[in-house]
Design a protein around this ligand. Structure first.
Ligand code: PLP
Length: 376
């Protein structure tokens, strides 16, 4: 029997990367150097932004953006209830308050719920998430945030290459933050990127990722003199990661097209499996980059979500739940905000295997198991 993982990073990483890594090792420049700069330029250009600042994770990207915007003790930041914990953690790491905003049936931030939180609280920043690779309603979210003087940091961890009417996500708000974690659409093992059109924000993020030094390592080559004019951290990206990122960026449109083809085949199969419903929006199919393909296991399906998970697992098919809402996490037991729709989704969602270059056999194995579970 074929076993099918949830992700296949080896399908995302091209063999050409090995030569690039060899070049880096021979060059004597292992971190924050010319390859990282090229990756930053290429990534920001591909995402219609002036600046790209490569960091070591999306978590540090989000953290540096909030910190650079001055978010701190006692400030309020709105995040969607349905997201990975990192989106909220960065807020609490800055001693600011997390307020949850509910999501729509797609799992993305609900602008109506956001409008209510913006009325109720004095909000410093909003972090919409392009969940599963589907762009959030950025024009409306930015309009609302602007009306209330709140900054917008886009959490694009799931959505490199996604766009709304041709405009890449990450270019709508004050900054966009990407993840190159092992399972993401593009991976450098660990890694992240900030994109922004704000020169001053870019400058401060650049310093914050490198101990707040006033010069980058290459700028110190000819003249060692530098200052430390603030408190910074080491959030740097290595040259090996940059090589991995550059090679995948070139193939990103093709890989995202490939993910859409896999999604299309799942959608065709779901038409005759009653009770399993895609969590998405067919009107935005072309904008979606399918980091995850998520279904709701509704009451019309003969098995519960847990029984289906077990059935698939017995058949060597790995699935997952993305995510327990923030309010479900014990650390966030006291969190304020709205999460009714996120809670409803949480009862029923299941992420099916999704990766580019999924073979017909792999996908047919998953679909056959969904059908056989329904007929048991
Ligand atoms: C929505 C979302 N935001 C942020 C992150 C954090 O990304 P990283 O692991 O690169 O720090 C993740 C990681 O899974 C995520 O799914």
């Amino acid at each position: 029997m074929v076993s099918v993982p949830l992700y296949k990073p080896e399908n995302v990483i091209g063999d050409e990367v090995i030569d690039g890594i060899r070049d880096v090792l021979a060059s004597g420049w292992l971190t924050l150097g010319p390859k990282t700069r090229s990756f930053e330029d290429e990534f920001s250009t591909a995402h219609s932004s002036e600046h790209g600042i490569a960091v070591n994770s999306c978590t540090s990207a989000l953290y540096t953006c909030l910190r650079t915007l001055g978010v701190g003790d006692g400030d309020t930041v709105v995040v969607p209830a349905m997201t990975f914990s990192a989106t909220a953690n960065v807020v609490r790491l800055l001693d600011a308050n997390v307020v949850l905003c509910d999501v729509t049936e797609t799992g993305n931030m609900d602008p109506e719920s956001l409008a209510r939180q913006l009325e109720r609280y004095d909000v410093a920043a909003v972090i919409p998430v392009h969940l599963y690779g589907l762009p959030a309603d950025m024009p409306e979210i930015c309009r609302l945030a602007d009306e209330h003087g709140a900054a917008v940091i886009e959490d694009c961890a799931h959505a490199p290459g996604a766009s709304i009417a041709g405009e890449p996500v990450g270019s709508f708000g004050d900054a966009g933050c990407y993840s190159f974690y092992a399972t993401k659409n593009m991976t450098t093992g660990e890694g992240g990127m900030v994109v922004t059109n704000d020169d001053s924000l870019a400058d401060r993020v650049r310093k914050l990722r490198n101990h707040h030094q006033t010069k980058s390592p290459d700028e110190k080559q000819d003249n060692w003199g530098y200052d430390v004019d603030g408190l910074g951290f080491n959030f740097r990206m290595s040259e090996i990661q940059a090589v991995m990122g550059r090679s995948q960026l070139e193939r990103l449109p093709e890989m995202n097209d490939n993910r859409r083809e896999v999604a299309q085949q799942y959608l065709a199969a779901l038409e005759d499996i009653p009770g399993l419903e895609w969590v998405g929006d067919s009107d935005s199919f072309a904008d979606h980059v399918f980091h995850l393909f998520v279904v709701r296991v509704t009451d019309d399906y003969p098995l519960t979500r847990q029984s289906l998970y077990n059935h698939l697992s017995t058949n060597d098919i790995v699935t997952g739940v993305h995510y327990p809402p923030i309010s479900e996490l014990s650390y966030y037991g006291d969190v304020c905000g709205n999460h009714d729709t996120a809670d409803d989704l949480y009862d029923e969602i299941l992420s099916l295997p999704m990766f580019p270059r999924m073979t017909d056999t792999e996908q047919e194995t998953v679909i056959a198991a969904l059908r056989s579970a329904a007929n048991e």
